[in-house]
Design a protein around this ligand. Structure first.
Ligand SMILES: C[S@@+](CC[C@H](N)C(=O)[O-])C[C@H]1O[C@@H](n2cnc3c(N)ncnc32)[C@H](O)[C@@H]1O
Length: 390
């Protein structure tokens, strides 16, 4: 493994490393974490092409721009806030987390301290009593904007105006507050109903020189520093000439496609989540990008439609969720015969499965580059560029 840039900070010890389910390898030095991830990616992917050295962070702490905290009552009847213990719904109290934006953690502590005077109790899933279930905070790394989402077990939020007023007095840096109602027995954080209590209901941020709007439910990469590294690397591997029509599959709020739009003729984005597509269309407008078109659909169904229309596609950028892509998607892709594919994956296991499938359809991996988007955890992101064999 080549030497990566050394962390600027010495190792910081986490006091709840043995109990919290958020990180799995925080007890290792950053060098050891990177070596572990490199070994895992090598094991799964080196049969497709040489795996290049993992790109690590200079400072692997406090990187997360999205945090969610759960609230509960401890045995002494005190309200606690923190993360679930791995594999359970037991809340481990945490005020400051080594991988989370520190401004976001401070806001959560303030909210917890306010609960008593507002007579708000944590929501209890089994008895369906209490009110506050989770707090989600999203921070704009470049913009400094902050969104607070209060996830309640009921839409009835007494003294909501005074609560928001008191929160904003303590944290004037908050730019929007959204109420989300989740009264289901579920491990999903957010429910279906939403109401904007303060501000615009979304925040803005800048990535690779483009501005993006994010709603509470839209996917947005959680590590803004490494996302710029990831996207720049992925687009460099694609070596566009400016004449290509490309597909940005699983496009989220349109980040990769909009950043690629300056380098190609046309981008067609597809995404399942309706809120994310709305954000993506808005993001194209706010950046005055006119050569990008977004569609809300299952990516596999959409690829099939494009293949049936025999529309020319020169390259496919794909960034599916952890479960990976589908046979339907890959089959349709093979029918379209794009010259190149750039696959960004957050799960090397499903990536290996899909690369095998792409290889059977004639797509050969050329370069494989792991990027550490999630220090402290087992997770690793990987970019693979593939070309169609003639
Ligand atoms: C890993 S995220 C990538 C998003 C985006 N490319 C980015 O970098 O921010 C995966 C995205 O795939 C979307 N998704 C999940 N299943 C999908 C499907 N069957 N068809 C289309 N999009 C899907 C999710 O909503 C999510 O936005």
């Amino acid at each position: 493994m080549q030497k990566h840039v050394k962390p600027a900070l010495p190792k910081i010890d986490c006091p709840v490393v043995d109990r919290c389910g958020g990180c799995q390898i925080q007890q290792l030095s950053y060098d050891q974490q990177l070596a572990k991830k490199q070994t895992e990616v090598n094991k799964l992917l080196s049969k497709f092409a040489k795996v290049e050295p993992i790109i690590g962070m200079t400072n692997p702490y406090y990187y997360r721009n999205k945090i969610h905290t759960t609230f509960a009552m401890n045995r002494k009847g005190q309200v606690i806030s923190g993360k679930y213990q791995a594999g359970s719904h037991h809340v481990v109290p945490i005020d400051s987390c080594l991988i989370e934006d520190q401004r976001a953690d401070e806001i959560v502590v303030s909210i917890r301290q306010m609960l008593r005077s507002f007579k708000i109790k944590p929501y209890h899933e089994d008895s369906r009593s209490g009110l506050l279930r989770h707090v989600l905070v999203r921070t704009g790394f470049q913009s400094g904007q902050i969104m607070v989402v209060l996830v309640l077990g009921s839409p009835v939020f007494p003294s909501r105006k005074n609560f928001i007023k008191a929160l904003l007095e303590q944290h004037p840096e908050i730019t929007t507050v959204v109420l989300n109602v989740n009264n289901k027995k579920t491990s999903m954080v957010l429910g279906d109903r939403e109401q904007v209590l303060y501000g615009k209901g979304f925040i803005e941020d800048t990535l690779c020189g483009k501005s993006f709007r994010l709603s509470p439910k839209s996917f947005y990469q959680v590590n803004p520093v490494q996302t710029e590294v990831l996207y720049s690397k992925a687009l460099d591997l694609a070596e566009f000439t400016g004449r290509e029509t490309i597909i940005d599959a699983y496009c989220g709020i349109g980040t990769i496609g909009l950043i690629a739009s300056d380098r190609v003729k046309q981008v067609i984005g597809v995404e399942l989540n309706q809120a994310a597509v709305k954000d993506a269309i808005n993001n194209a407008k706010r950046n005055q990008v006119k050569n990008v078109f977004f569609h809300q659909a299952d990516a596999g169904d959409f690829m099939l439609q494009i293949a049936r229309k025999k529309q020319r596609v020169d390259a496919v950028l794909m960034d599916p969720p952890r479960s990976g892509s589908t046979e339907k998607f890959i089959q349709a892709l093979a029918t379209m015969k794009p010259k190149q594919v750039v696959y960004i994956s957050c799960n090397p296991v499903t990536l290996a499965r899909d690369l095998a499938s792409l290889a059977r359809k004639g797509y050969q991996a050329k370069r494989i580059i792991p990027v550490d988007m999630f220090p402290g955890t087992n997770h690793v992101e990987t970019i693979v560029s593939l070309v169609r064999k003639r």
